[in-house]
Write a protein of this length. Structure first.
Length: 134
């Protein structure tokens, strides 16, 4: 079943085609093209669909963020760059979480008055205490 967004997409697709080309297509060919457009995800509904463009130094750049269930029949082959970026993003997230955990444990240790190294401090506890109102 085709929803309104997909109908609008298909209407836009057909409006961009030459009328002679449309007339030359059989009904079976049209249905096959429509199924292919919908199956590739061009007409899919996503929970999050953010498409923005920004202008930087007289050049326009765009970004797209799509989140939702993948209904495509065929999986796309991931590019090596995309896999590298995903790995880098996950590594940065894990390192960030580990860093925050170490920072929290250090603050807890300092709040309890535990000195691991005698007469040595990184100064983090003093800095944290200075942020608190008296």
């Amino acid at each position: 079943m085709i929803d309104k967004k997909q109908q609008k997409l298909l209407a836009h697709f057909y409006s961009s085609l030459d009328e002679n080309v449309i007339d030359s297509l059989s009904e079976e060919q049209k249905k096959s093209i429509e199924r292919a457009i919908i199956a590739t995800g061009l007409g899919s509904n996503n929970r999050v669909d953010i498409r923005k463009s920004i202008s930087i130094f007289n050049k326009r750049y765009f970004f797209v963020l799509l989140l939702g269930r993948d209904y495509r029949q065929q999986l796309r082959k991931e590019s090596p760059f995309a896999l590298f970026m995903l790995t880098l993003l996950i590594a940065m997230g894990v390192l960030g979480i580990l860093g925050l955990a170490v920072f929290a444990l250090y603050l807890i240790k300092s709040a309890m008055g535990i000195d691991i190294f005698h007469n040595f401090s990184f100064g983090v506890w003093d800095w944290f205490k200075s942020l608190m109102p008296h």
